[in-house]
Every structure is written in structure tokens, then in C-alpha cells.
Design a protein around this ligand. Structure first.
Ligand code: PAF
Length: 282
């Protein structure tokens, strides 16, 4: 059976009120749909930790800085509801754009610091769109826990910062990135790769993991990253927008004794791919 779809906020609020009256905990998995195994792993984590699970599906126009990317974003609502059915999700919340952002909507949530570099520098306005919609989704669902994938590492750090700074009564639960057998991180955008591009894409995680191992082994980061960029471009992946070693929490310069992260964004077949991996600095 497909997961029931709820669209009006008033209907969602009625369900949430009933659950809260019974003392049940609520988990939310925010998505933009086109669900794949990565999303399903978040749903399973939510099911294991909460009495009730809401998946939200909203292709948020405010986080796209390119109208064509927004238009091309895959929309597969019925297939998504069918995938969620067997997992026992209580409801799929698919709000109407006008209810999320009525014409008079005037509030933007902006998180500084963690959003400055990398995705923030290359996609102006993107993180304001994410922070605003995530805050709205948290308020609409009143969830106790929210589940986010580590694939979008910088987004995860933004959401953590947001929840702490605004003292939101919600626990942010990070979940490991899910990868295809060849190592490519699962993403709704992968389905836009040509078959040839899809087979070349495996060079992205391979090069990323290899560079991380070399830095952990004591090779100077700057030289390793220059060589890794050249390897990606030789494998037909490019342009590489960034390939950078950063502090894992603040996304600023890495510091010894703190968890670091190697993050990449690169184009392949006109599709922008991102990935990241933990690095233990020597
Ligand atoms: O990661 C995503 O799919 C989106 O950025 C999110 C968190 C659902 C907000 O629109």
C-alpha cells in the first residue's frame, strides 16, 4: 500500500496533534522527492528511533539558483509514495507552494559562517533557501527528530547550527552517505547522467578517497589536492568547482586535533555532483 499523501497544513497539524496527545514521538525526513536508497536509509533510521515518521516532499524553489535546474529536477510523487509504503511511513507531506510561501511571505533565515565557503560561494542564496524551508518544515511537522544524510555535509552542518542557534526543540540525526557498488554517492541528480557519464562518475569518489588516504598518510594537502584535481579532469570530470580540505564542523580552515572533511563539487555531463569524506589529520 502507498503511503498516504497529505497536502493541506491544517490536515497535517490535526494528525500531529493526535500523535502528540498520545505521547508519541515524531521523526521527519525532509526530501525533494525522486527518492532513492539514500532517502530510504534515512526513513529506516527514523522508523527505528520514532513512533511516527513523516516524509516531506517539496521541491523548494528558493534553494535553486538556476531556473533550469529547478525545472529539470525529477518529480516522481507517485513512485515516491509507493517506495515509502512498505517502510511503514505514516504520511508523505506534500505541501502546496502557495502554502509554504504565500505571496506575502517575507521571512528569510540566514545562517552565517558555516554557509560561507564551498556550496555557499558557488550557489549564492542556496543556503538561505535551505535554512528557510527547513525551519518551515520543522515548524509545520513539529517533529522531535529530523534525519539528514551526510552526503550533503555542508547542509548538515548548517542545519545543526540553525537548530542550536534558534534553540529549536528538535534533534538533528546525521545518517551515513549511501553509495552505489562503484562508490558513487546516491543522488537524485545521478539519473540525469548518460550511461557513459555514469560509468566515468566512479572516478569522483575513487579520487576523493585516495586523496584523503594520502593526506592522512602525511602527504602535504596542497600538492595532493592539485594532483587529485588533475586526475579528475583526466577522467573526464570537470570543471571541478572545488576540492578542499576543511574543518568538519565549521567548514573553515582545518585544524589539527579536530575532525576534518575533504569536499568536492564537479560537473559531469552537465550534472553537478558533490561528495565528501572524513579525514583524520596526521
Ligand atoms: O537535501 C534536500 O533534499 C533539501 O535540501 C532539503 C533538506 C529537503 C530542503 O529542501
Amino acid at each position: 500500500m502507498n503511503t498516504p499523501i497529505v497536502r493541506p497544513l491544517a490536515e497535517l497539524r490535526d494528525k500531529v496533534r493526535d500523535w502528540k496527545c498520545r505521547g508519541e514521538t515524531i521523526g521527519v525526513v525532509p526530501t525533494m522527492g525522486a527518492l532513492h536508497e539514500g532517502h530510504l536509509s534515512l526513513v529506516r533510521a527514523a522508523k527505528a528511533a520514532c513512533d511516527r515518521v513523516i516524509v516531506t516532499l517539496f521541491v523548494n524553489p528558493r534553494q535553486f539558483n538556476n531556473a533550469e535546474d529547478f525545472a529539470k529536477y525529477p518529480r516522481t510523487e507517485h513512485a515516491d509514495a509507493a517506495l515509502l509504503g512498505p517502510l511503514g511511513v505514516d504520511l508523505l507531506f506534500v505541501p502546496d507552494g502557495n502554502e509554504v510561501y504565500p505571496p506575502e511571505h517575507a521571512t528569510v533565515i540566514s545562517v552565517s559562517g558555516v554557509t560561507g565557503p564551498l556550496e555557499g560561494a558557488h550557489r549564492p542564496g542556496h543556503f538561505d533557501g535551505v535554512a528557510t524551508v527547513v525551519t518551515l518544515l520543522f515548524n509545520m511537522t513539529q517533529a522531535d527528530r529530523a534525519f539528514f544524510g551526510e552526503k550533503d555535509w555542508q547542509q548538515l552542518q548548517l542545519v545543526r547550527r540553525l537548530a542550536l542557534d534558534l534553540k529549536l526543540p528538535i534533534e538533528i540525526v546525521p545518517c551515513p552517505c549511501v553509495r552505489a557498488p562503484d562508490g558513487l554517492a546516491l543522488s537524485s541528480r545521478n539519473q540525469r547522467l548518460t550511461p557513459e557519464g555514469r560509468s566515468r562518475a566512479a572516478a569522483l569518489p575513487r579520487t576523493l578517497f585516495d586523496a584523503a588516504r594520502r593526506i592522512e598518510a602525511g602527504e602535504p594537502a596542497a600538492g595532493t589536492l592539485t594532483a587529485a584535481r588533475a586526475e579528475l579532469e583526466a577522467a573526464g570530470i570537470g570543471p571541478v568547482e572545488y576540492l578542499e580540505l576543511r574543518d568538519g564542523e565549521t567548514l573553515q580552515a582545518p585544524q589539527r586535533g579536530r575532525p576534518a572533511r575533504l569536499l568536492v563539487a564537479a560537473w559531469l555531463d552537465g550534472v553537478r555532483l558533490i561528495d565528501n569524506v572524513a579525514v583524520v589529520l596526521p
